[in-house]
Design a protein around this ligand. Structure first.
Ligand code: ASP
Length: 432
């Protein structure tokens, strides 16, 4: 077992990912098949779903368990450790602007690859069962009002991220303002944050097993055929996301911040792989927070505020995908797009990605907002969702990977600009 612990965590997680693909494919290929109502089923996939996937589900539950206590305590201690809350406004402002800017670039990249690859052209919808995913989008004013919790305990128990950030900031600032009398509470939060971090490190030790189980399951259940059914769309999405990561985040870290790029990607690899295997950026949050703090030297006040905000509103992979799907619909239903249509898609996809929940396949709910802009009817949207949904998982994995990478890149940038980045840690050799 010593060899296992000698490897740093990101190497173990990466190994788990590769092994998961191999084992999953082996189960699918050699596990045998049977027919139900004329549909081929894979016995190996059934086995994996029953016996291996639960380990992955247990891992997902473990990290989700930590989201609320970790975000809450990290943010309160982050604010109290600043000594003065004066910087909070500029941290929030910079993070917000960068989130919006990167998202708009992401949709544009999506539209570029969509125009190049023409996904959806010649798709036959005859056998597709329509699927309506009508998400009720709350109004803008209501979204803003909902940030203020009427009961902070409810916000904590329901995991309402923006309300938790709001209350934690108030609490942290108040602790600072009260001064000496609030010292016991300040120490209490410091201890609590340390304790939650300890648990997070334990949970991350099981990440390789969770990742292995989830990837084995996805590969055994979906196989490579999933990609072939939506090959052009998948190609455009994967290439688009990789281009966005390399150009936008790579450019930000290397050219704007002048920090070594490899250190950045190595530092967040655990979070990327966990995002890839779980398809939820909100669920990945504890891993993202730990990675940027421990490996990149981002201070808690930034990690605790910018990352939860990012997990809630910043989804570059998602917006890129929404742009692609709009072109997919236009090609499939023979809609001619003008330049104004492109601009409108970019705008609505950006806004819709802000409102997308950070959970698996959440993007598809947003099609009801984006597609009417170019004249797609609700029936056609239902048809499109019915067509995409069975193949969405491997696409969702890449979107979530991109979303989490974007959150980490923005957190690192804001930390650097605010003087809250410990560059000695950033440049040191990874310890986890
Ligand atoms: N699964 C994505 C996330 O959690 C959201 C989506 O694009 O469906 O970030």
């Amino acid at each position: 077992m010593a060899w296992w612990f000698k490897m740093v965590l990101w190497q173990r997680v990466l190994l788990a990912l590769v092994l998961g693909v191999i084992v999953g494919l082996a189960f699918r290929t050699f596990g045998g098949t049977y027919m139900v109502d004329g549909v081929t089923k894979y016995a190996g996939a059934d086995f994996v779903t029953t016996w291996i996937k639960p380990f992955g589900d247990a891992f997902v539950r473990l990290i989700k368990m930590l989201v609320v206590p970790l975000v809450f305590t990290t943010l309160v201690t982050g604010v109290t450790s600043m000594g003065h809350p004066s910087k909070l406004g500029s941290i929030g402002g910079r993070a917000f602007l960068l989130y919006i800017a990167t998202t708009m670039v992401a949709v544009s990249i999506g539209l570029f690859f969509g125009t190049l690859f023409k996904p959806g052209a010649g798709i036959d919808f005859t056998d597709v069962v329509p699927n309506v995913l009508a998400g009720e989008a709350p109004g803008f004013v209501q979204i803003l009002l909902n940030i203020i919790p009427t009961n902070p305990l409810n916000a904590l128990s329901s995991g309402n991220m923006l309300s938790i950030i709001f209350f934690a900031l108030l609490l942290g600032v108040a602790i600072l303002m009260v001064g000496k009398k609030a010292d016991p509470i300040k120490s209490l939060f410091d201890s609590f944050a340390e304790i939650i971090f300890k648990i997070t490190h334990w949970v991350m030790e099981v990440a390789p097993f969770g990742v292995f189980a989830l990837i084995t399951w996805v590969t055994a259940a979906k196989g490579v055929e999933t990609f072939s059914a939506v090959l052009v769309l998948a190609l455009a999405l994967y290439l688009g996301c990789l281009t966005h990561i390399a150009l936008v985040y790579g450019g930000l870290i290397k050219l704007v911040l002048r920090l070594p790029l490899i250190r950045f990607f190595r530092g967040i690899l655990d979070a990327q792989v966990v995002a890839y295997s779980t398809s939820t950026s909100a669920g990945t949050l504890p891993v993202t927070i730990t990675c940027v703090q421990d490996n990149l030297g981002v201070k808690p006040v930034i990690a605790g505020s910018v990352l939860p905000l990012g997990a809630t509103i910043n989804m570059d992979g998602t917006s890129l995908y929404l742009g692609l799907l709009a072109l997919f619909a236009a090609n499939a239903f023979g809609i001619d797009l003008t330049f104004t249509d492109y601009a409108m898609i970019a705008l609505t996809a950006t806004l819709a990605s802000i409102g997308t929940a950070s959970i698996p396949s959440a993007s598809l709910f947003m099609l009801a907002i984006v597609l009417p802009i170019i004249g797609v009817t609700p029936e056609q949207t239902a048809l499109l969702v019915g067509f995409i949904l069975p193949f969405d998982r491997p696409l969702d994995m890449m979107r979530t990977f991109t979303n989490v990478t974007g959150d980490a890149a923005v957190a690192t940038s804001v930390a650097k600009w605010e003087g809250e980045l410990d560059e000695d840690v950033y440049r040191a050799v990874s310890t986890i």
